[in-house]
Structures are given as structure tokens and as C-alpha cells.
Design a protein around this ligand. Structure first.
Ligand code: HEM
Ligand code: SF4
Ligand code: SF4
Length: 480
């Protein structure tokens, strides 16, 4: 479920590659098209036939992945606020994917192609904007020309190119978008598609015959769901449904609009232009600009509030954030005005005072509900994202007598802010600056990645951490 977008991309590449291969076998003419597709499925079933099936099933898979991806982003509320862009640009992707798939079905020029072509044309004719009804092209056997067929082939080549362009626009605003599934997922899915293609190959209906109306058709429900609606309700109703549905989807991010707190502010006096906030921001909301204040650094960070989700990951990335200073000197390069690092240290101090020598659980607003933890000897601090916590704060807590620090965030790969969990793990493991200093005993730091419904698991993980800390304390006391 975390890979739906990447898998949709992957299926696109499979459809593109297999499309190029089957085009070699394809004959672009009214009479040749059906014959050549039959040749692929019957005479060349072991190669061209498999390629045809892969082409069809990967396209179906794209529709399925896209639908699930849309529902997932919506149900996780990842479509409002600054994310409106990805959502909004997803809407034309739906249209282009449908246009790509349906135009492909025409090319087989079998009974199903005839049904789809005629239905689509009648649907456009319902708008009444074409002088001559386009559906007239399908009135009799002779009216379908090779030239018109060549046009269909062009449509089926160019619409997917527009689709690819739209998919690129769709992910352009997130930094380092994940567009490739992990290798295991890719290999597994490819194997599944090949097996499916062998046990249930894509086959054609009988050849198109414009003088007949087909009695029985096996619709591809992934793409052809709307044709029976058209048959039942007519063209104008389907236009109302399609345009109304698209407009509704397009404005959904603003129903209701999200109210966000103020965006992070860069304090130039404390920014050395290192660029870590820029590298870690998952939404490309930070730009490194030439220095404007005369300090001897080449760059400075600048926040674009319109792209910013207020996750605070940039605050955790800034190496200037150090809680070891006095409150007056507690400043950093980039800070969230409603939750600055002074406030963050107060929260941490309060938690340590609540559970002296115990466990401080630092959680986020979207993962396990740390605020509901009811455990003697444990206290919680909640931040927008766990990666907002600079590693120096973990050092500080252990230094100031916390028994242990538990970082409890969203499930891995399911991070609300895309890279919060990954960056935190990398900082703890020393793979990413600013990293947790070596002097912090790792036995006193633990991570727990889970969803907001895993309250019992959080409780169990905290108890187990406490037990391990007890054993550690006993051992350390023995050594002394
Ligand atoms: C074939 C179609 C689609 C593909 C291949 C696709 C792919 C992707 C990818 C790769 C991402 C970025 C994932 C990441 O790195 O975090 C993404 C994000 C997103 N997609 Fe799609 N998408 C498609 C269709 C749609 C549609 C139809 C919608 C909704 C109308 C949609 C809504 C979103 C949203 C809201 C995000 C942003 C999530 C965030 O910011 O955390 N996508 N998509
Ligand atoms: S709060 Fe998050 S989205 Fe906004 S600038 Fe910082 S890292 Fe980027
Ligand atoms: S991480 Fe801090 S010091 Fe580095 S560029 Fe960003 S604000 Fe400036």
C-alpha cells in the first residue's frame, strides 16, 4: 500500500516497453489490424502474445494502483494544504490514463473495439460541438478508412506521452520523489504479470463488423466502467458525471481549507548556510540563496511558505540547534514560530521532571499516540514530526539524567512527511548530518515506528524498553 504511486509508475514503464514491442508486429490498417493482433496471440503466443497480455494487464494495473493511491492519499488526509498541488495535478492524470487505455482498445479492431470506438464517439457527439457527427465514421464497413485508423494509432502513441508528462508534473513539487518500487516488489509484480499473461492471455473478440451490433462483450471493467453508464443514461448525463466528478475532485483540497501555523523563519544571524535544512526538506520548500547580510558565508536559507507543510524537519536538520545553552542563548538557524526550540526544550525539561530517570517518549502528531501513554516512569513529548527533534536534544536528555529516549513515529515508508522517519533513523545511525554524537549510549535510545492505532504496541514497546533499561542500570551499578 505504501508503494501504490511507484507501482503505477512501474506499470507505465512495462506498458510503454511492451507497447513498443507489439507495435513491431502491428499492422496499421483497418483490415490488417485485427489480423496482426490475432497473429500475435495465436501464432506468436509465446512472445508477442505474452507482450500483448503484459501490455493490457500493466495498463489495468495502473488504473487499479491509481485508484487505490487516490483513496489512500485521501484517507490519510494527504491532499490538503500545500499538498493540493499533487492532488490537483492528479486529476488530469486520470483522464489521460483513461484516454491512453481506451484508445489502445480501438486498435485491436474487434467487436469490443467497435463498441468502445462507437460509444466514445457518440459520447463526444452528445456535446453537439462537431458539425458532422464523428460517430458517422463508424456507420458502415466502408466508412472506416485507413487514414482514420492511422490517426487512432497516433492518438494511442501521443496520449501516453502526455500522460507521462502529467505524471512528471504530478510529482515535481516533492523533493526526491519516489517513482521506483523496491526491487523485490518490482520483480514480484513482473513475475505475477507474466504468470497471469500465460494462464489468462489477453485475447480479442470477433472481428469488428460495422453492420452488426455485438450481443455479448467482455468489458475490461478497469477501463470500461463508464460505457454501460453511457448506454443507460446517455451522453449528457455521463458528461455531467465526468466533469462534475473531476471538478469535485479538483476542489476537494479546499473543502475545507487547512489552517496552518506560520512557516519556519530563518534567523540569518545564526544561519551558516550549510544547506542541511535544504537537503532534508521533503517538500522542496527551502532554497539556498546568495548571502544578503554580509556575513562570511556564501549562502543563506530561504523558506517558501507556499510549499511548506510545517513539519519542522528543517529545524531538526539545523546544526546550530543546541539545547545545552542557557535559555537566553537558545537560538537556531531555522525555527517554527509556534514551536521554537526554546519551547521544545521546555517540553523536554517538563517531561524529564515528570518521569525523573525514566523514559522520555518523543512522538509525532501522526504516528503512535504518545500522549495517551499511561506508564509509570515515562513521559511524552509530541512534535509535528519526530525529525523535528535535533539529535543534540537526545544527547541533552540522556546527559541530564533521562533513563532513555524513545523516538516513536509513523511506520517506516508511511511517514506523514515522507522522509521524517528515514532522516531520523539516518541521523541516529550516523549516516546523515546532524548525527547523534557517539558519546550517547545507544542502549538508551530506541525507535518505535507504528501507526496511530497501535496503542497497545506502543505501550508494550515502552515497557520492554523500561525493562531493558532496568537491566542496564543494574549492570552499570555492578561495574561501578
Ligand atoms: C498513474 C497515476 C499516478 C501516479 C503514477 C502517481 C504517482 C505518485 C508518486 C510517485 C507520488 C510521490 C510519492 C512520494 O515520493 O512521496 C505521488 C504523490 C501524490 N499523489 Fe499521485 N500518482 C498518480 C495519480 C494520482 C491521483 C489520480 C491523485 C489524486 C487525484 C494523486 C494524488 C497524490 C497526492 C495527494 C500525492 C502527495 C502525497 C504527499 O505529498 O505526501 N495521485 N503520486
Ligand atoms: S517545515 Fe517541513 S516542509 Fe516546511 S520548510 Fe521545514 S522541512 Fe520543509
Ligand atoms: S540548516 Fe540551519 S545553518 Fe544550515 S542553512 Fe539551514 S538554517 Fe542555515
Amino acid at each position: 500500500m505504501r508503494q501504490l504511486g511507484t507501482v503505477a509508475f512501474y506499470f507505465f514503464w512495462i506498458a510503454a516497453a511492451t507497447g513498443i514491442i507489439i507495435y513491431i508486429f502491428f499492422e496499421t490498417s483497418v483490415n490488417g489490424a485485427y489480423r496482426s493482433v490475432e497473429y500475435m496471440s495465436n501464432d506468436q503466443w509465446y512472445f508477442a502474445g505474452v507482450m500483448r497480455s503484459l501490455h493490457r494487464y500493466s495498463s489495468d494495473g495502473m488504473v487499479l494502483m491509481m485508484a487505490l493511491h487516490l483513496i489512500r492519499e485521501w484517507s490519510f488526509d494527504r491532499y490538503r494544504g500545500v499538498r493540493w498541488y499533487a492532488w490537483f495535478t492528479g486529476v488530469p492524470v486520470i483522464w489521460l490514463l483513461y484516454a491512453s487505455g481506451l484508445s489502445g482498445y480501438w486498435l485491436v479492431w474487434d467487436e469490443l473495439a467497435q463498441y468502445v470506438a462507437l460509444g466514445s464517439m457518440e459520447w463526444f457527439d452528445a456535446l453537439g460541438i462537431f458539425g458532422e457527427p464523428v460517430a458517422n465514421n463508424f456507420l458502415s464497413q466502408g466508412s472506416m478508412t485507413d487514414r482514420f485508423f492511422t490517426l487512432l494509432v497516433f492518438i494511442h502513441i501521443f496520449v501516453p506521452l502526455f500522460l507521462l508528462f502529467a505524471m512528471w508534473i504530478h510529482v515535481i513539487r516533492v523533493s526526491q520523489p519516489k517513482i521506483n518500487p523496491p526491487r523485490g516488489v518490482a520483480i514480484g509484480l513482473s513475475a505475477m504479470l507474466v504468470v497471469l499473461s500465460l494462464i489468462k492471455p489477453a485475447i480479442s473478440h470477433g472481428p469488428a463488423d460495422l453492420s452488426m451490433i455485438s450481443q455479448e462483450l467482455n468489458l475490461d471493467w478497469f477501463f470500461m466502467l463508464f460505457y454501460p453508464v453511457f448506454d443507460a443514461w446517455g451522453g449528457l448525463a455521463l458528461w455531467a458525471l465526468a466533469i462534475g466528478g473531476s471538478l469535485f475532485l479538483a476542489v476537494l483540497p479546499w473543502l475545507p481549507p487547512v489552517k496552518l501555523p506560520a512557516a519556519p523563519v530563518v534567523a540569518l544571524d545564526h544561519c551558516n548556510g550549510c544547506g542541511r535544512c535544504y537537503a532534508d526538506c521533503p517538500y522542496g520548500a527551502i532554497t539556498m540563496m546568495p548571502r544578503t547580510d554580509g556575513l562570511p558565508y556564501s549562502q543563506q536559507a530561504e523558506v517558501n511558505a507556499a510549499n511548506c507543510t510545517r513539519c519542522g524537519i528543517c529545524v531538526g536538520a539545523c546544526p546550530v540547534a543546541s539545547p545545552f545553552r542557557s535559555v537566553e542563548e537558545l537560538v537556531t538557524g531555522i525555527d517554527l514560530p509556534h514551536l521554537d526550540i526554546k519551547r521544545m526544550r521546555t517540553l523536554v525539561d517538563e517531561a524529564m521532571a515528570k518521569a525523573p530517570g525514566g523514559v522520555v517518549v518523543v512522538g509525532c502528531e501522526h504516528g503512535p499516540k504518545v500522549q495517551d501513554l499511561t506508564l509509570q516512569g515515562a513521559a511524552a513529548v509530541r512534535l509535528p514530526c519526530v525529525s523535528m527533534l535535533p539529535p543534540s536534544f537526545i544527547d541533552y536528555m540522556v546527559d541530564q539524567g533521562a533513563g532513555g529516549v524513545m523516538i516513536a513515529g509513523c511506520p517506516e515508508c508511511g511517514c506523514r512527511f515522507r522522509y521524517g522517519v528515514a532522516w531520523m533513523q539516518d541521523r541516529l545511525d550516523g549516516r546523515r548530518d546532524p548525527y547523534l554524537r557517539k558519546r550517547v549510549p545507544r542502549e538508551r535510545v530506541r525507535t518505535f515506528w507504528a501507526s496511530h492505532i497501535e496503542a497497545e504496541e506502543l505501550q508494550a514497546a515502552a515497557v520492554s524498553f523500561q525493562d531493558d533499561l532496568k537491566a542496564l542500570n543494574t549492570e552499570e551499578a555492578k561495574d561501578v
